[in-house]
Design a binder for this molecule. Structure first.
Ligand SMILES: Cc1cc2nc3c(=O)[nH]c(=O)nc-3n(C[C@H](O)[C@H](O)[C@H](O)COP(=O)(O)O)c2cc1C
Length: 200
């Protein structure tokens, strides 16, 4: 959250939990982006200072050790590592491909784990997933939770999933079922509570 002082200078409110949010889909009409947008709003209302990223702005080659040896980390990986480092927590929408997480999420995380230090250590991570299917991407959500746990994150427990997500939004992107809103509000509340406690 930005504030202006009496001289009109802008800065951040220092004590708010800083949350880095992104959907692991490159699709413009991504259902996970729409679901994430609700979670971002709920997280702001719960007291978070949210930075929303579009991973299309941080395109990365498929991880290849030879490429890394020859050229080092891509500039976008360095930028992402910086962003993860300066936030307290992650809020990630994880689509499901063939019962797993997307190559975009894995590739992004893999590159970010190749810096000098692990930027994910001691961050809080909250994951959500949306899918047109019956299970709402729950297998992807569980795998993403495992991935962030392995990287040293404090993973917010629970399963914030949206089944039949292709029918869950009106043309403005608003949820058609109030339970959708409630599920992201619960996730956001847990995310802010955990992050705030760890900041203390
Ligand atoms: C390669 C591929 C595999 C998929 N496998 C699954 C799956 O295992 N489970 C599922 O619920 N949806 C699956 N889907 C459907 C996705 O959930 C759906 O395309 C969804 O809209 C992708 O997320 P997005 O809208 O955020 O891009 C798959 C889609 C693709 C392209």
């Amino acid at each position: 959250m930005l504030y202006a002082d009496s001289l009109g200078n802008f800065g951040r409110v220092a004590n708010l939990p800083r949350i880095l949010a992104f959907a692991a889909s490159a699709r413009r009409e991504s259902l996970n982006r729409k679901f994430l947008a609700l979670a971002v709003q709920a997280t702001k209302e719960a007291g978070g200072d949210v930075t929303l990223l579009d991973l299309n702005d941080f395109a990365l080659p498929l991880y290849n050790g030879d490429l890394e040896e020859a050229q080092g980390l891509p500039a976008n990986a360095v930028k992402l590592i910086g962003l993860v480092t300066e936030h307290h927590a992650l809020l990630v929408a994880s689509p499901e491909y063939n019962s797993m997480l997307t190559p975009l999420l894995k590739n992004t995380v893999d590159w970010c784990s190749r810096g000098d230090a692990n930027p994910f250590e001691d961050k809080v991570a909250a994951v959500l997933s949306a899918s047109p299917g019956n299970y709402g991407g729950v297998r992807s959500l569980q795998m993403a939770q495992q991935l962030f746990l392995k990287l040293g994150c404090h993973v917010v427990p629970g399963q914030c999933v949206l089944p039949h997500a292709n029918k869950a939004f009106d043309t403005e992107g608003n949820p058609t079922d109030p339970r959708t809103q409630k599920s992201v509000q619960e996730l956001a509340a847990k995310l802010i509570l955990t992050t705030t406690r760890l900041m203390a």
